[in-house]
Design a protein around this ligand. Sequence first.
Ligand code: FE2
Length: 326
Amino acid sequence: MPVPAPNLYPSFNVVRLSHVCYTVRDLEASRAFYADTLGLQVTHEDSEMITLRAMEERGHHCLVLRRGETPAVDYLAFKLYGDADLEKAEAFFRAKGLPVEWVERPFQSRTLRTRDIHGVPIEFYVRMDRLPPIHQHYALYKGVKPLRIDHFNVFSTNVDESAAFYSEFGFRVTEYTEDEETGRLWAAWMHRKGGVHDMAFTNGRGPRLHHIAFWVPTPLNIIDLLDLMATTGYVGNIERGPGRHGISNAFFLYVRDPDMHRVEIYCSDYQTVDPDHEPIRWDLKDPQRQTLWGAAAPRSWFEEGSLFADTPVGESVLKATPIVAP
Ligand SMILES: [Fe+2]
């Protein structure tokens, strides 16, 4: 199936991905991981919830951690341009027969909660509390020096359908992986903000969250994080990398948080803002697709993901097999 053509006049306007909310079993352990190890800044903290932002972010949070019994991803959130877009988004999801409700979220304006066609819980808002800039407060930088949240990656049972759906509200494909035999999409990378992606879909049991990613200044920050994690009790949380992706050309590392939610540390992809930017096609069997240097990803990377709260999981339509490390 061909990738959707760029939709330059979408049903409603998304600025970018914004934040993720996790249920975590141990707030202190999650704080130690995200604040003390990765280096995110705590912007609110109470006995039930911690919010954090990265160094360049002016919005109140890119990560919300809520205490709970069972680890889960509560929702993925996106920022919209204006109030009219919120109204249009409500009408769009309602017309699709998808569940729509208005919810209250701390530190942000009224928020629309819905689900995508495969059940991923997603939320849209326009305004979040703004905080003073800290990107030049270098004394605050620590860990991997995370600058901003960069993208979500979700397991989809039908990547063709996911790509077509998100295209309706303006997500544009930058790179994609095709299964040669069936011509179906195995994965797709889609953006709103002018990088390689805000949202990616990977074929697999779903919907489940594959990972979120934080942008860091340089690959050396990733080496520093590896040294830090390897000597502070986190060596078992290092899953894949460091390396350079074929797709996106970004330098990467994948680590797991205390609840096994996967986090990518990511830097140096490229600009994609042109409306006629041509997507790049990759063959699923290309060994340089995952890692430009040829190293295959481990089995866990293809099989393990985080469950969305109250969201049933199904098998993928496409059964093609990627290259897996021995
Ligand atoms: Fe990623």
